[in-house]
Design a protein around this ligand. Sequence first.
Ligand code: TGC
Ligand code: FAD
Length: 389
Amino acid sequence: MEKFTGVDYFDTCSLLSEEELLVRDSVREFVSAEVIPIIEQYNRRSEFPRQLISKMGELGVFGATLPQEYGCAGLNNVSYGLMMQELERGDSSIRSFASVQSALVMYPIFTFGSQQQKEKWLPELASGNKIGCFGLTEPDFGSNPAGMLSRAEVVQGGYKLSGAKMWITNGTIADVAVVWAKLDGQINGFLVEKGMPGFSAPEMKGKHSLKASVTSELVFEDVFIPEENRLPAASGLKSPLMCLNQARYGIAWGVVGAMMACYEAALNYSKSRIQFGKPIAAYQMTQEKLVYILTEITKAQLMNLSLGRMKDKGTLKHTQVSMAKRNNCEKALEIARISREILGANGILDEYPVMRHAANLESVKTYEGTHEMHTLIIGEDITGFSAFE
Ligand code: TGC
Ligand code: FAD
């Protein structure tokens, strides 16, 4: 296979620092050498390739923007975004693993945790020695997490937690779950550890999408949570929503990797597939598709870079993250479908990556806020009217 050299029609590379380019290239090489050769097999078996975790830890992927004193890389947000982009060129499941560990587990422990919680968990999560998950969604409360039924009540020395979460990435394999539940009607965050009596995390089976990712239920049957496992600085729905901003940011970048993989496959295929005596790339309708794909990739790259620079400056608004998540996921899915068309029947085979990306992107468009939720978030921002209810 030829070395992947990137898709960059507007020379966005020239806007990156040397460090950012180095980070991008090291993750790119890792994905080419260690993810792409094995991912179809793991996808077929619906299994996550756990042997990649420690390598991702060595590359500094987990909690990449957090300080070095906790074993993290201390990189800027553009570098983190580039990491997510490269990982998702391999598979959305790999990026999902990294997103959850970084944005949904390490970020809340860093932002809302006690000093003791940070010291206990962050270095272990950064290296990949420990795995985390994030439990917000419930069977009856997905887009509307404010309605959650999970409850904690005060008992001697801590809390008693009851309820259930659903669709939780990494749940079954996690050592620690960041769980959101109501305490006296107010949403609080708790660190629920593997093996705590009354806590179980059965894997959900039968997914046609994100097959190489572990997705689980979390069940809490009167689980005793010691006082030191409550996140002391978390308060109200705003706290988990702050975590979602971090993850949505990573997704906006990540799906560009999936777009690139589909474009590369479609472009190469169209140049070698002969029909009616000519490569299909020589037909105007194929060219229109390829140009559309490349234009959307270029727009998403520029949007991401602007997003990352604003995040690094501290001026980024969560509604801007919503716009990038919403646009890039929709375009990535569209690009995967158009690429599949260009490959004709071969497009449905797992010899090519496009159908796997298309199937994955169905989930990516839904999780971390559906397309409709992000439409309403931006709609409210620009009109002043909330249209959720
Ligand atoms: P609302 O009244 O609007 O907000 C409550 C408070 O939070 C503030 N806020 C935010 N703060 C930070 N970041 C954001 N994105 C925020 N959005 C709102 C808001 O200002 C308010 O603050 P305050 O000070 O007034 O208290 O709350 P609402 O109940 O009306 O809900 C708003 C809505 C619908 C936008 C929100 O619930 C939402 O985003 N729903 C979508 C749910 C979602 O995205 N779930 C994701 C679950 S995790 C996941 O999918 C992981 S996938 C993992 C993988 O990669 O594998
Ligand atoms: P619903 O909220 O029931 O929505 C169904 C449909 O109705 C959607 O199209 C939605 O846009 C639409 N809709 C809902 N309300 C409105 C409205 N007011 N106006 C217009 N349309 C509306 N969650 C976690 O907490 N942690 C995880 O790690 C995690 N990982 C996931 C991994 C996978 C593979 C998947 C698929 C999901 C994961 N999720 C996770 C859950 C994910 O965040 C939810 O699926 C998502 O928030 C949507 O919730 P829902 O599926 O219950 O859909």
